[in-house]
Design a protein around this ligand. Structure first.
Ligand code: C2E
Ligand code: MG
Ligand code: MG
Ligand code: MG
Length: 283
C-alpha cells in the first residue's frame, strides 16, 4: 500500500520511521562527540597458534565507554557509523590507536584491525592508512587488515586492486567471518589474502557436519597457502578438535576475552611462553 502513495512521502511522514531517524541522529551526534571526548576504547584479544599455544597476534576490537552505561559493544554503533562519514573517523581512529598501543607496549607481534565495507572502499584508504603507520613508526607488516566478504562483492575488480595495493604496502589481509558470505572459490583463488577466519557459527557446536566443513575449509586454505584462524573457541574440546584438524590459529574466550592491552601483558610479556598457562586468567 505504501508504494502507491509514493515511497518518499510515505517514509517521510511515518512517525515510527521519523522517531527512528531522530534516535539515529542523536546517536550519531553522541558518537561524534565520543571520539573527541576520548570515550572510545580499543581492546585486544589474543590469537593463539594452536600447535604450541603461542600468542601470535591480537585482534583489536572497539568499544564505547559510554558515560554511566559501561562498555557498549561495537554492534550497537558500528552499523550506524557506517551510514555516515563517521565510519571514517572511527575507522582511522582505530588504526591510530592500534599503532599507539603497539608503540606504548613495544609489541612485536601483529595486531589485526577490522575494516568496515565503507572504509575499505574509501579511495584514500591506502594513502591514509600507510600515512598513519609512517607517522607512528609502525611497520606495515605488523598490522593485519580484516575484511569481510561484504567488502568485496560490490565491485570485485576494484576490491582486488585495493587488496593488492595494501599487500604491496606491506599489510597482510585476512578474510573475516569466512563461510557466512557469498564469495566463490574462484574469487578466493584471486584474492591476495593470507588468512581465513572461520566464522564462530561453525565452531560453536562443532558437530559432525561443522567438523567436515571446518576440515575441508582448512585443507582448501592450506592448498591455497593461506592459514586458518578459528573464531570463538570457548572450550578445550573445541581447541583440541581444531588443533587435530591442523587449523593454525584459534581465538576465543577459552584463551581470553578482549581486554585492554595492559590487562594482557602476561601474554605478550612472556613472549613465547605458553598462553595456556594463563588460561585461568581468561575470564
Ligand atoms: P569480528 O571481527 O568477527 O570479531 C569477533 C567478535 O567475536 C568480537 O565481538 C569478539 O569479542 C567475539 N568473540 C571472540 N571470541 C569469542 C568467543 O569465544 N565467544 C563469543 N561468543 N564471542 C567471541 P565484538 O568485539 O562484539 O565485535 C563484533 C563485531 O564488530 C566484530 O566481529 C567486527 O565485525 C565489528 N568490529 C569490532 N571492532 C571493530 C572496529 O574497530 N572496526 C570495525 N569496522 N568493526 C569492528
Ligand atoms: Mg574481525
Ligand atoms: Mg570474525
Ligand atoms: Mg564474527
Amino acid at each position: 500500500a505504501a508504494k502507491q502513495y509514493g515511497r518518499s512521502r510515505f517514509c517521510f511522514y511515518d512517525p515510527a520511521l521519523q522517531q527512528a531517524a531522530e534516535a539515529k541522529n542523536a546517536l550519531n551526534k553522541a558518537l561524534s562527540n565520543a571520539i573527541e571526548q576520548g570515550e572510545m576504547r580499543l581492546h585486544m584479544q589474543p590469537i593463539i597458534r594452536l600447535s604450541d599455544d603461542y600468542v601470535a597476534g591480537y585482534e583489536a576490537l572497539i568499544r564505547w565507554q559510554y558515560p554511566d552505561q559501561g562498555l557498549l559493544p561495537p554492534n550497537h554503533f558500528i552499523t550506524i557509523a557506517e551510514e555516515s562519514q563517521l565510519i571514517f573517523r572511527l575507522g582511522y581512529w582505530v588504526v591510530e590507536e592500534a599503532c599507539r598501543q603497539i608503540r606504548a607496549h613495544d609489541l612485536k607481534i601483529w595486531v589485526a584491525v577490522n575494516l568496515s565495507p565503507r572504509q575499505f572502499n574509501d579511495p584514500q584508504l591506502v594513502t591514509r592508512i600507510t600515512r598513519i603507520l609512517t607517522d607512528h613508526q609502525v611497520p606495515t607488516s605488523q598490522i593485519e587488515l580484516e575484511v569481510t566478504e561484504s567488502c568485496l562483492i560490490d565491485d570485485v575488480d576494484r576490491a582486488i586492486a585495493t587488496l593488492e595495493a595494501l599487500c604491496q604496502a606491506g599489510f597482510s589481509i585476512s578474510l573475516d567471518d569466512f563461510g557466512t558470505g557469498y564469495s566463490s572459490l574462484a574469487l578466493l583463488k584471486q584474492l591476495p589474502v593470507s588468512k581465513l577466519k572461520i566464522d564462530r557459527s561453525f565452531i560453536r557446536d562443532l558437530d559432525e557436519e561443522d567438523r567436515q566443513i571446518v576440515e575441508a575449509t582448512t585443507r582448501l586454505a592450506h592448498t591455497l597457502s593461506l592459514s586458518v584462524v578459528a573464531e570463538g573457541i570457548e572450550t578445550e574440546r573445541q581447541a583440541l578438535i581444531l588443533k587435530d584438524m591442523t587449523c593454525d590459529y584459534g581465538q576465543g574466550y577459552l584463551f581470553s576475552k578482549p581486554k585492554p592491552l595492559s590487562a594482557l601483558t602476561m601474554h605478550h610479556g612472556l613472549s613465547g611462553a605458553k598462553a595456556v598457562a594463563n588460561r585461568q586468567n581468561a575470564s
